[in-house]
Design a protein around this ligand. Structure first.
Ligand SMILES: [Zn+2]
Length: 305
């Protein structure tokens, strides 16, 4: 098992302008390149893992986590790469993230090649269209690939590097949407089920399932978990939050206003607004604050906002 993670850098060493990314167990170096159309990334590091956040398409994000078995008894530690999700163009990030490991495994013949685990939250094309190009490239570089599909993944998956991944049912956006929790890294990948300050459209029409999915997250996810969602929708979500009015938010109105201001500053600089904590989302995400009846009301309001 992995030991509890400690940041490598002090908070003051982190980039203030992208502080939203860094409220997690990961410390960070930020190499975000706002105009790079898929080539930029932000990198978060802890003693056993590196997380990179990449932009794709118009407003998608995908995530690559490198995890190495840190067990002191393991003399040939295995490295897993986790890719979640797999939009068109994500091969750029995969090549970028794996290049050092590939070089190492060629130079040291006894080192086993890294394994690439692709976790798919749901079937929509902006989450899956890059799959075949990644599989083809991995195959030509002798990298083992395992695809963990939302439709068939078991509740718990243990990777060779000892990283445990829990799948959480977050249906509603699609009939089989899953979120992925990495408890030892205090991270939750929410796909299109939960965004910062918002949640995914309920394309199935099953409002009960969408609401239950968010309740599942509230039951399973710790407040200090880093929330990694699949879209940069926060600015428009924030406008919707303000439109609900001060009465909806009560004592948390000020926090919502400040978050909206923070997001506008980040976006003006081309920086991502994702990387909040689940505890923060419980404050400023309206869909995590309501009962079923109110969820349905504000979800319909948002659909026509
Ligand atoms: Zn979707």
């Amino acid at each position: 098992m992995l030991s509890p993670l400690r940041p490598l850098l002090s908070a003051s060493a982190l980039s203030a302008s992208a502080s939203r990314l860094f409220a997690s167990s990961f410390a960070t170096t930020c190499n975000w390149s706002p105009n790079s159309s898929g080539h930029g990334w932000a990198q978060l590091i802890n003693p056993t893992s590196i997380l990179r956040i990449y932009p794709a398409l118009n407003d998608n994000y995908y995530y690559i986590i490198k995890n190495t078995d840190a067990s002191p008894t393991n003399c040939s530690p295995h490295t897993d790469y986790i890719l979640s999700d797999c939009p068109e163009g994500c091969l750029t990030g995969v090549k970028d993230a794996l290049k050092d490991s590939l070089k190492d495994s060629k130079e040291v013949s006894k080192t086993s090649p890294p394994t690439l685990h692709i976790f798919l939250t749901h079937h929509h094309a902006d989450h899956t269209a890059g799959l075949s190009s990644v599989q083809t490239w991995a195959s030509s570089n002798s990298i083992p690939v395992t695809v963990h599909s939302h439709a068939s993944i078991p509740p718990s998956t243990l990777l060779p590097s000892s990283l445990k991944i829990l799948s959480i049912i977050t249906h509603g956006h699609t009939p089989t949407h899953k979120s992925f929790s990495l408890p030892s890294l205090k991270t939750i990948i929410t796909g299109d089920a939960l965004f910062s300050m918002g949640c995914g459209r309920v394309f199935t029409g099953d409002m009960d399932a969408a609401y239950e999915g968010l309740q599942n997250l509230k039951r399973e996810v710790e407040d200090d978990a880093l929330v990694l969602c699949s879209h940069e929708y926060t600015e428009s979500n924030g406008d919707f939050c303000l439109s609900l009015g001060e009465g909806f938010w009560g004592d948390d109105w000020r926090a919502v206003v400040e978050r909206v201001e923070e997001v506008k500053v980040l976006r003006e600089k081309g920086l991502p607004s994702v990387g909040t904590t689940f505890g923060e989302e419980k404050v400023w995400n309206p869909f995590l604050r309501v009962d079923m009846k109110e969820f349905e009301r504000i979800r319909k309001l948002k659909d026509s906002f």
